[in-house]
Design a protein around this ligand. Structure first.
Ligand code: AMP
Ligand code: MG
Length: 431
């Protein structure tokens, strides 16, 4: 793996950027700084088509053929020559059949037509198809076409109308969807070159954390962040490397960070990045690489570390997320996810956002971005509305499960009256 030199934004020069205040960094500026520091990986692999679902296309995919390869019928009906039609009913002679996969072999002459099924190649000489329900078949060999029901070119799909030969069917960097798999198959291509999966190592820090199966001593909590992170990483098409729970001890943290740096392209830690006495993660990170510590003007998820660790000539991007379970999810979704997508070689697509009226007033402090857990539903008049899940404490993970989207309340907004349109990012999309 080649390592690019560190982008300048990770050097102390960051302080000269307008609006740069590490104690109060706006979400858009922090996102911009993260993006600017990312170098994409370059390794690729070739996969059979079905295994490429959700993977990132490594090269532009050029169509070797036109799709469809021939003009064909969009309807079951009769293929005809529009020059035969007139202002009064016309009776044509049915000279043969064209079925999908069984073309009519001859040229169709004036006064003739061909019984045709959807997808069958347009017979030579014909330019239009009349759907069968609009024509009257008096006998097997004669059909009468009423006037004014079909125009030249109707119900005829043109060769190459989906994709002309030689055109770029899909651009590199695209995350392959089910429709993409179908499209690639329609070109007769059975394997594709994709980026190798990004490897992300993650661990939780905190002396109070217990793993499933251990007794829960007084004052302890089960570690949930590793499970949330596992889920979010897998959904993002990333290979997760779960490194367990690490105690709040400098030596243990150093060993875990070194191990993670050797194995992974990026490291995500949770906890220990605020200013508490036991927040050794912060000190250790600062010693092991070039790491910026930010307080982001957002809620939840205020403290965050971002940078790059270097261990024995190998480096890895680092995201030091806060410990609170909801803050972990918000900072993953709004910082790490896009950055990891870029690093994995994909072209981030604009986030699908809906603008929906809020059912109730929402309290919001200007000067920070708030991500509130929202439930989108349909009211009695059939209109979509969104309400917040209730208490928005950053430890209340159940509200994340209850929500079906994140309401984004932008930096400058203040309190919002009921009925205000708010941006909602739905958790689940169709594709
Ligand atoms: P910290 O950022 O380390 O100060 O942690 C903030 C809060 O999040 C504390 O209440 C922690 O107990 C809690 N917390 C930290 N890590 C985890 C985790 N992995 N799973 C569940 N709760 C956590
Ligand atoms: Mg902690």
């Amino acid at each position: 793996m080649t390592q690019a030199p560190l982008p300048t934004l990770l050097h102390p020069g960051a302080s000269s950027i307008p609006g740069y205040d590490p104690e109060h960094l706006s979400v858009p500026l922090a996102q911009q700084l993260v993006r600017a520091a990312i170098t994409p990986i370059t390794d690729t692999e070739t996969l059979p088509l079905k295994q490429a679902l959700g993977r990132i296309l490594a090269d532009d995919l050029v169509s070797p053929i036109a799709v469809p390869s021939h003009d064909n019928s969009a309807m079951d009906g009769y293929a005809l020559r529009s020059s035969d039609l007139s202002a009064s009913p016309v009776t044509l002679t049915v000279v043969g059949k064209a079925y999908a996969g069984h073309p009519y072999p001859n040229e169709v002459q004036a006064g003739e037509c061909v019984r045709i099924m959807t997808g069958a190649v347009m017979p030579r000489g014909c330019d239009s198809v009349i759907p069968q329900e609009l024509a009257t078949a008096a006998t097997n060999t004669n059909v009468t076409i009423p006037p004014g029901r079909v125009r030249a070119g109707d119900n005829r799909r043109l060769a190459g109308e989906d994709l002309p030969a030689g055109s770029i069917a899909l651009q590199r960097g695209r995350i392959l969807t089910p429709s993409d798999l179908g499209m690639i198959a329609s070109l007769g291509i059975g394997e594709v070159s994709v980026m190798r999966k990004l490897r992300v190592a993650f661990f939780s820090t905190g002396d109070e954390l217990r793993s499933i199966g251990q007794p829960l001593d007084e004052g302890c909590v089960y570690d949930s962040n590793r499970y949330t992170l596992h889920g979010m990483l897998v959904r993002a098409g990333i290979e997760p490397i779960d490194m367990g729970v690490v105690r709040d001890e400098p030596a243990a943290l150093e060993a875990a960070l070194r191990d993670a740096c050797r194995q992974a392209d990026a490291i995500i830690t949770t906890g220990g990045v605020s200013a508490g006495d036991a927040d050794y993660t912060k000190q250790m990170m600062a010693r092991m690489g070039e790491v910026l510590f930010w307080k982001i003007a957002m809620r939840p998820g205020r403290p965050m570390a971002f940078g790059r660790l270097n261990v024995d000539g190998k480096s890895a991007m680092l995201f030091g997320l806060p410990g609170n379970p909801v803050a972990v999810m918000a900072s993953f979704y709004f910082f790490a996810r896009d950055a990891l997508a870029l690093m994995a070689g994909s072209t981030p697509r604009p986030q699908l956002t809906m603008r929906i009226p809020c059912a109730e007033a929402i309290r919001k402090k200007p000067g920070r971005t708030e991500f509130q857990r929202g439930i989108v539903s349909v009211d009695t008049s059939g209109k979509q509305i969104v309400r917040i899940t209730g208490a928005q404490g950053s430890g209340i993970l159940s509200s994340m499960s209850e929500a079906n989207g994140m309401i984004v309340l932008h930096h400058d907004h203040g309190d919002l009256p009921a009925g205000s349109l708010v941006d909602v990012i739905p958790f689940d999309g169709l594709i």
